[in-house]
Ligand binder design. Structure first.
Ligand code: FAD
Length: 318
């Protein structure tokens, strides 16, 4: 069976959920071979094996932590040359997309970014994407080289699929450019205790209808009752009510949770671009004509200041 390289996103050996989702998709198109780099790389093997990795190629070097993405691209290229895979899958984070683009350029392959599904075909993997601000859903296939595909978080279920997960040391020699851009410091963001927006299974977002920074407390209370992340429309972010890191949409983050709750958001095309692939969409808006109601699974026409606290109490009571 053809092998499929899966780039592993992990923190000190703890594999992040988008990588486990990639393994589910990789198994549809071949046999997953994981590539784990940096501190704790070998510690990822057990988790990766439980989710279908036939082999885990590992390499640790200070360069991965000290410099920007080029050392990781060097390593992924080394893995590509060693394995000759049918495809390379990378999580669709900002870093993942940069790694994927650089790799595709180096190996002369086509790239598909932000895929939300993958299926096998006789001519190679077919990726589903939501494009042009989510106006169209397309299916595409790379015609040149082994496809490099980045996949949006929450696009597939995490599935247990025990496999060998044999750990093998990857031989990597860094290119001259590897040490071109050194990381001189890191400032950790204050933790909210909530899940990361792009990976959360549930997102509760607030828009201009929330009416002020202090009122976001009711959006946060609903999010906390559901174990959700908090998002915001650009109008709310531009007003300074919520940080830009929480903006959902064309110029913000793209999310694809199981459940997206939009409160006080009209549903402009640029907002839809970042959330339209959510599995179930709920909107709370006092204007029954708001465009957001065109794409919801469930809509509540009402004042969010009445509806959201009631919903929070109802969730807490369960
Ligand atoms: P509005 O459109 O003002 O909607 C507020 C809604 O709240 C209304 O529907 C109203 O009925 C409802 N409401 C008011 N009070 C209540 C209440 N008490 N209870 C219930 N409902 C209430 N936008 C994004 O979100 N993300 C982006 O990434 C983004 N990128 C953009 C990029 C470009 C190039 C451009 C031009 C625009 C972009 N925008 C983006 C802006 C986008 O066009 C909209 O202006 C924005 O999404 C509107 O935000 P909103 O829905 O919160 O506000």
């Amino acid at each position: 069976m053809a092998e499929v390289l899966v780039y592993v996103d992990h923190v000190d050996g703890a594999v992040r959920k988008p990588t486990l989702e990639l393994l589910t998709l990789a198994r549809r198109i071949g046999e997953p071979v994981a590539v784990a780099l940096g501190a704790g790389a070998a510690d990822t093997a057990a988790t990766l094996a439980e989710h279908g990795a036939a082999r885990v190629l590992t390499h640790d070097a200070a360069e991965y932590a000290d410099y920007l993405v080029v050392p990781k691209v060097d390593a992924l290229q080394a893995a590509y040359e060693a394995v000759s895979p049918a495809a390379v899958l990378v999580p669709s984070s900002a870093e993942g997309k940069e790694i994927a683009a650089r790799l595709a350029l180096r190996i002369g392959s086509g790239i598909i970014t932000d895929a939300v599904d993958l299926e096998a075909s006789d001519e190679g993997p077919v990726a589903t994407q939501s494009v042009f601000a989510a106006s169209f859903t397309t299916k595409s296939r790379i015609a040149k080289g082994a496809p490099v595909i980045t996949v949006k978080p929450n696009s597939a279920a995490v599935e247990a699929a025990p496999a060998a997960g044999a750990v093998e040391a990857l031989a990597v020699s860094f290119s001259e450019k590897a040490t071109g851009t050194k990381i001189t410091g890191r400032t950790p963001r204050e933790s909210t205790g909530r899940p990361e927006l792009t990976e959360a299974a549930i997102v509760v977002s607030g828009g201009r209808g929330v009416g002020g920074a202090e009122n976001f407390a009711i959006v946060e209370a609903l999010a906390d009752s559901l174990g959700a992340a908090v998002g915001a429309s650009r109008a709310a972010v531009d007003a300074g009510w919520y940080p830009h890191s929480s903006q959902v949409g064309q110029t913000g983050k793209s999310v694809s949770p199981q459940l997206y709750i939009a409160s006080g958001i009209s549903g402009a095309i640029q907002h839809r671009a970042g959330m339209q692939t959510s599995k179930t969409i709920v909107a709370i808006n006092k204007d029954a004509e708001a465009p957001i109601f065109d794409l919801v699974d469930y809509g509540v026409v009402g004042d969010l200041f009445d509806v959201v606290p009631q919903l929070t109490e109802e969730v807490k009571a369960r």
